[in-house]
Ligand binder design. Structure first.
Ligand code: PEP
Ligand code: MG
Length: 590
């Protein structure tokens, strides 16, 4: 693991988690350092930039020496020796010459070049297999931040033209779902992380927002230089660093081809989603943010099948008022009318934001305070959300569903609170749709096994396969070390899905699948054959899922499902489903 030389084309292979191609310079989000602004400098300013860099180092050295003397005066000598290491870094000849070469080579401002070099140092240190030394990375960050503050701006700023807000590909060790949620796709055109997994909410959000992404390139931050040219291939997981002109040209051509295919698929927008032999399915979209609504409409989705409200509720540090919630849910109802907008109540915890900071970190967050458990222990907050959803129901066809129900008693408690909210609105004379549909997410085996009893209480079941797989196979959905075990085609998962669909059918309700499995083109024949009524997928994936369903024969899918339910290995199930997928829509699978 060493720094990839500028101008040398190198291809790294990671895991593709969000399709699409992205082109642009790398922007490294360092774990300890705040990136300074970046701007081009004319060649004539190289000398003055180098001088600014040297002067920032000198000023910092003086400050550190002053601090050292101060500390030496009040404690014994050994304490003040800590600062010797800081001064050594500021005097480090190799660091200094690297920064100066960067300034000359890239014609970028000095503080940016200093940042680009030093963040590699700090990350390299952080990864040493030595607890003491890796902790010293924080010292490097600390001293570097000081240097960054000490750059004088007076000399050459007037000469420089600040770079326009340019687009870039984010490179990070890891990103939280909230980081992805706040990305502006016009600026952050893609992201690559060193760790992560395809089923994390970070990856799910990237797919929803249409941001191409790759995870699982472990040493990237110390191998790559800030601002290196990149091509991110979110279809294959390849990251091309410093692509040659030929490679650029080749990928631009691929991007054009992909855009033409998307345009073709978009022509299906107004078509019904029906198999070749006439079985209709409802195809709706998953949503997390209001800004996705226009795209959901354009995608031809029949409504919103899963509105993950936690990003809106927890995104700003303070839960929005009932009124603000009502406004958003009403808008979802209006734009999806005459189709349904199914609003899921808060699903905090797990790998998403917690509702409130906990005194102790949870030992097993996915088995802890998440989903409906949180809402049932914060009844006032829960009621605000339920009232807002009820009030919004007059604007369209609204459904409400509860996440992570694991026992009938939880469902009964939630329904009782829901009814209380209806009574409160009745008393105040506030209108709502008395026939509002109520559903439960089936995402833990205990719920799937009890699906028959659950279906008697509600109007629909929505299978959250992301969690159902993790809890059935006991494999953390975001842990890359066990990702090989995370198989949607695991026979136990398939049988639980079948049990759930049967339970709905026997109780006059309907079943949707809203986990990521619903957009797995390899498994669409199997899901259709199992008899699901509805699939809910990211709006960006929706057109190709529609095309896939419209290319299938329901009778063949049923035969396939029957055969799959007899198999005992996930790979065998995948193989027969993929075979039918390839025979029915080969063009969608390359
Ligand atoms: C699921 O678990 O499949 C699901 C849709 O919910 P989430 O991904 O938000 O946990
Ligand atoms: Mg879930």
């Amino acid at each position: 693991m060493s720094l990839i030389p500028a101008h040398k084309e190198v291809t790294l292979q990671g895991t593709a988690v969000s399709p699409g191609l992205a082109f642009g310079p790398a922007h490294i989000i360092s774990r300890g350092l705040q990136a300074p602004e970046t701007y081009d400098i004319p060649e004539s300013s190289v000398e003055s930039e180098v001088a600014r860099f040297r002067s920032a180092l000198e000023t910092t050295k003086k400050q550190i020496t002053g601090l050292q003397q101060h500390i030496a005066g009040i404690t014994d000598d050994s304490e003040s020796q800590i600062f010797d290491a800081h001064i050594m870094l500021l005097d480090d000849r190799s660091m200094i010459s690297k920064v100066e070469n960067e300034i000359k080579g890239r014609l970028l401002n000095a503080e940016f070049c200093f940042f680009a070099v030093i963040q590699n140092y700090s990350e390299a240190m952080r990864r040493l297999n030595d607890a003491y030394l890796s902790e010293r990375a924080a010292d490097i960050d600390d001293i570097a931040q000081r240097v960054l503050h000490n750059f004088s701006h007076a000399s050459s700023l007037e000469l420089q033209e600040t770079r326009p807000e340019h687009h870039h590909i984010v490179i990070a060790h890891d990103l939280a779902p909230s980081d992805t949620a706040t990305m502006d796709p016009d600026q952050s055109v893609g992201f690559v992380t060193e760790i992560g997994s395809i089923n994390s909410h970070t990856a799910i959000l990237a797919r929803s927002l249409g941001i191409p992404a790759i995870v699982g390139l472990p040493d990237l931050i110390i191998e790559i230089q800030e601002a290196s040219d990149l091509i991110l291939n979110g279809y294959t997981g390849e990251l091309i660093i410093n692509p040659t002109v030929d490679t650029q040209r080749r990928y631009r051509a691929i991007a054009e081809e992909k855009a033409a295919t998307e345009e073709e698929l978009n022509k299906l927008r107004d078509e019904q989603t029906t198999t070749l032999d006439g079985r209709p399915l409802i195809l709706s979209a998953n949503a997390e943010f209001k800004h996705e609504f226009p795209h959901i409409l354009e995608s031809g989705a029949e409504g919103i099948g899963l509105f993950r409200t936690e990003f809106f509720l927890l995104g700003d540090g303070e839960i929005p008022t009932e009124e603000a919630q009502y406004q958003l849910y009403a808008e979802a109802a209006k734009i999806t009318k005459p189709h349904r907008a199914i609003i899921r109540t808060l699903d905090a915890g797990g790998d998403k934001l917690p509702l409130e900071p906990l005194a102790e970190p949870e030992p097993n967050p996915f088995l802890g305070w998440r989903g409906i458990r949180v809402s049932l222990s914060r009844v006032d907050m829960f009621k605000e959300q339920l009232r807002a959803i009820l009030r919004a129901s007059v604007h369209g066809k609204v459904g409400v569903m509860f996440p992570l129900v694991s026992a009938i008693s939880e469902l009964e408690e939630a329904i009782a609170i829901f009814k209380e909210c209806m009574n409160e609105l009745d008393q105040k004379g506030i209108a709502y749709d008395p026939n509002i549909e109520l559903g439960v997410m089936i995402e833990v085996p205990s719920a799937a096994i009890m699906a028959h009893e659950i279906a008697q209480e509600v109007d629909f079941l929505s299978i959250g396969t992301n969690d159902l797989i993790q809890y059935t196979v006991a494999v953390d959905r975001v842990n890359p070390h066990v990702s090989g075990l995370y198989k949607p085609s695991n026979p136990a998962v398939i049988r639980l899905i079948k049990m759930t669909i049967d339970a709905s059918n026997n109780n006059d309700s309907w079943t949707s699948i809203c986990g990521e499995m619903a957009s797995d083109l390899r498994l669409i024949p199997l899901l259709v054959g199992l008899g699901v009524d509805k699939l809910s997928v990211g709006a960006h994936q929706l057109p190709r899922i529609k095309k896939a369903i419209c290319s299938l024969k329901y009778s063949e899918c049923q035969e396939l499902a029957e055969a799959a339910l007899k198999l005992k290995r996930g790979d065998d199930i995948l193989e027969i489903s993929l075979k039918l997928a390839k025979a029915s829509y080969p063009d969608l699978l390359d």
